[in-house]
Design a protein around this ligand. Structure first.
Ligand SMILES: NC(=O)c1ccc[n+]([C@@H]2O[C@H](COP(=O)([O-])OP(=O)(O)OC[C@H]3O[C@@H](n4cnc5c(N)ncnc54)[C@H](O)[C@@H]3O)[C@@H](O)[C@H]2O)c1
Length: 314
């Protein structure tokens, strides 16, 4: 298949591109190497994960519709994974308007260009943050109502709605994924697990925000396998949770980390505005629709992430 990946040089995107290439697909990437975190790191992760393959990478901002349209017309992709976005809840409180640009306006450009190019299937990266703060309960897809607690989540929820609008206008198939806290090798450097491991390797103290928090941490390979399985589904335009279905409490995470870093020092700080207390994915819908089955346990995923970090982050 001819596949276009936006945000293909990012954390999840570069793992997805790597897997698609190994399956024999033709892949083209659009990524503007946004400085939210180091562009150099993005180049390093992308080149490492795609070594041995020649992948066209367009360093283009999706806000430039003319350029985006030109690339879509040239490649006529059968399928588009739209992952490009400005991530990060805390930053969205500081720069809310950027999230309207990068997470909504850029998405509209992709949706329109895909329609004009005759793309058959658009798959969009949304987030568990669209559920808002509902306590530690299994979150089912129909429980998102727009009652969210950060500009990032509001932008993702709005973008989901634009996805439906353009899928209905152009008639392509739409799959929306709501990822739950993805981690693994090359994990996004601003996210808790990556930050903790990096600091612990340097012997630095880690800062934990809030008390009694929990996250449905999902290993990146499980997310990628789910995204690829969903590309083969035939059905209605729909939204699916991609999580592990097994939330890990902060105290548990700290216990696991202490096994690797016995001298670990932890500082506790008040919870940050915009953060939800807990996430827990109900993954039944994705299991039934395309056989989604996460296979990497948290213990194994964490071990693999620490192993990777020792080789790359010290
Ligand atoms: N990592 C997670 O736990 C998580 C959870 C929920 C949702 N998501 C979503 O999954 C997607 C991928 O996340 P990630 O963690 O890999 O983030 P990432 O920042 O590593 O990747 C996003 C990529 O998109 C690119 N990009 C951003 N805006 C762009 C634009 N206007 N034009 C071109 N390229 C642009 C960036 O340069 C970056 O390489 C995002 O949409 C994110 O919101 C991630």
């Amino acid at each position: 298949m001819n596949i276009l990946v936006t945000g293909g040089a990012g954390f999840i995107g570069s793992h997805l591109v790597s897997k698609l290439l190994s399956l024999g697909h033709d892949v083209v990437v659009i990524d503007n190497f946004h400085p939210y975190y180091s562009a150099e790191r993005k180049r390093w992760q992308f080149h490492t994960l795609t070594s041995g393959y020649d992948v066209p990478v367009y360093e283009v901002n999706l806000l430039n519709y003319e350029k985006v349209d030109e690339i879509f017309q040239r490649y006529q992709p059968d399928c588009v994974y739209h992952l490009a976005a400005l991530p990060g809840v805390p930053n969205s409180l500081l720069q809310p308007l950027d999230y309207v640009d990068y997470d909504i306006k850029a998405t509209i450009n992709v949706l329109k260009a895909a329609g004009e190019a005759g793309t058959k299937h658009v798959l969009f990266a949304s987030s568990s943050s669209v559920y808002g703060d509902q306590g530690c309960v299994p979150l089912k897809e129909e429980m998102a109502t727009g009652n969210v607690v950060s500009p990032y989540a509001a932008a993702k929820y709005g973008a989901e709605s634009f996805c439906y609008a353009y899928a209905n206008l152009f008639g392509y198939q739409l799959t929306i994924f709501r990822y739950f806290t993805v981690y693994g090798p090359w994990g996004r450097p601003d996210m808790a697990i990556s930050q903790f491991i990096r600091r612990l390797l340097r012997g630095e103290e880690i800062v934990v925000y809030g008390t009694k928090t929990a996250r449905d941490y999902t290993f990146v390979d499980d997310i990628v396998n789910g995204m690829i399985a969903a590309s083969h589904r035939n059905g209605n335009n729909d939204v699916f949770n991609l999580g592990s279905g097994r939330p890990v409490a902060m105290e548990q995470l700290l216990e696991y980390l202490q096994k690797y870093f016995p001298a670990m020092k932890v500082k506790h700080a008040p919870e940050r505005a915009g953060d939800v207390n807990a996430t827990w994915a109900d993954i039944t819908k994705a299991q039934q629709a395309f056989g989604y089955k996460p296979t990497v346990t948290f213990e194994e995923g964490l071990a693999r992430t620490i192993e990777w970090a020792k080789r790359h982050e010290e």
